[in-house]
Design a protein around this ligand. Structure first.
Ligand SMILES: Cc1ncc(COP(=O)(O)O)c(C=O)c1O
Length: 397
């Protein structure tokens, strides 16, 4: 009975695609202690989404502790039954205020936010135009909606417009859905053009700002805020698990939309509500991000510093610098694994290899944090230099 499962695992193994998580034994700061080796020495963390270093911030830990002491460990039920404390209510008000929106809904993760929002607002009579590199949770949410899906080439507005103009008349409603920051390529969706197309063809746009919240915009609300496009994108999804340093996902939208989501989104209705400790920490995180811009500035400083150091290395194929996500592309899975192992084994740098099915082209994705130092960035730049030289020597021999 288990044979087909073993076969599937063996196939993954043979193709270098079987993965096992590394186990962390310390708090998740810029340097972390792992279970596998290094004799207790910490490794330099370059692969997390903890952009602002808030995941282990003392104020968040304290807020989480206070919430737990006051409301208990578990939330005891789903949001519509016994799982809505005054803290959950307060958080939804704060998220709406933070995002300059009328209302918000809080989910237990960004993944369930995308599933719940897309499957509730879109149905089988509708069409969805989706960027080919959209996150898996968007893809799954669209699948669940039963709508007809048109995939446009990555960030290609001409392709998007062609698909919309050819097909929009055949459907009840038309939705355009995209990430704003693409997490594995570190680039940004062409939001001005998408706003224009949405207006011209009467489409409803839905954005996922997961990797933009806390990183872009005057107040850290995301790319929409950065570009002053709020009026064109009233429905926006976000996550609290990246720059906010905690977990949970949200959607901001006009109140009617949020009221419907609270009554229809299955991932909201049929799952136990996030624990008070999480809610307390997210509230504190939003407060810190709203009050203090220096973490965001330091993140951008570190990212620019790292990019400037790496771009001088002519052996590397890098993405363009648009976000703090720096990507180095490789020709094969074998090559990227070899490089990631070299970084880990020889240089004590933890930058996991990203490979299919997450992406088509294998890559290393470097995500500096605001809590890294310039010396940390120099370690990475020097490691890439050393590896390039080694490869070159290998090719010569
Ligand atoms: C664009 C995007 N949307 C949604 C998610 C899911 O968010 P979460 O990790 O909070 O479930 C992610 C996380 O990887 C993401 O990158």
């Amino acid at each position: 009975m288990m044979k087909y499962i073993e076969d599937e695992l063996n196939l993954l193994e043979q193709n270098d695609l079987k993965r096992n998580p590394r186990i962390i034994k310390s708090e998740s700061g810029p340097w972390v202690e792992l279970e596998d080796g290094k004799n207790g020495k910490k490794v330099l963390q370059l692969g997390s989404n903890n952009y602002l270093g808030l995941a282990n911030h003392p104020d968040l830990i304290q807020a989480s502790h206070n919430a737990m002491v006051k409301y208990g460990v578990g939330s005891t039920g789903s949001r519509l039954l016994t799982g809505t404390t005054i803290l959950h209510h307060e958080l939804e008000m704060e998220i709406a205020k933070f995002e300059s929106s009328e209302a918000s809904i809080f989910f237990s993760s960004g993944y369930s936010a995308n599933l719940g929002v897309l499957s509730s607002l879109i149905d089988k009579n509708d069409a969805v135009y989706s960027d080919e590199l959209n996150h898996a949770s968007i893809i799954d949410g669209i699948r669940l909606s039963g709508a007809t899906k048109f995939i446009y080439n990555h960030n290609n507005v001409r392709h998007l417009e062609n698909l919309v103009s050819e097909n929009c008349k055949n459907f009840k409603r038309n939705f355009i859905v995209t990430d704003t920051v693409f997490s594995m390529d570190g680039d940004i969706a062409p939001l001005k053009e998408i706003a224009e197309i949405s207006k011209n063809y009467n489409c409803i746009p839905v954005l996922d700002e997961a990797h933009a919240t806390g990183v872009f915009g005057k107040n850290g609300c995301g790319v929409v805020e950065e570009l002053n496009l709020e009026e064109y994108f009233p429905i926006r999804i976000g996550t609290c698990s990246k720059a906010l340093g905690v977990e949970g996902g949200f959607c901001v939208a006009p109140k009617v939309v949020i009221d419907l989501l609270k009554n229809k989104a299955r991932s909201f209705m049929f799952s136990t509500s996030p624990s008070p400790a999480i809610v307390g920490a997210v509230l504190k995180s939003i407060e810190l991000i709203s009050k203090n811009k220096s973490k965001k500035e330091k993140l951008w400083h570190n990212a620019k510093y790292l990019f400037n150091g790496l771009v001088q290395n002519k052996y590397l194929r890098l993405n363009e610098f648009k976000t703090p996500i720096i990507v180095i592309y490789f020709n094969s899975i074998n090559e990227v694994l070899k490089f990631s192992d070299f970084l880990f084994d020889e240089c004590h740098i933890w930058a996991p290899a990203i490979r299919p099915p997450t992406v088509k082209v294998p890559r290393i994705r470097l995500t500096p944090m605001s809590t890294h130092s310039e010396e940390d960035m120099d370690i990475v730049i020097n490691a890439f230099r050393a590896f390039s030289v080694e490869c070159l020597e290998e090719q010569r021999t």
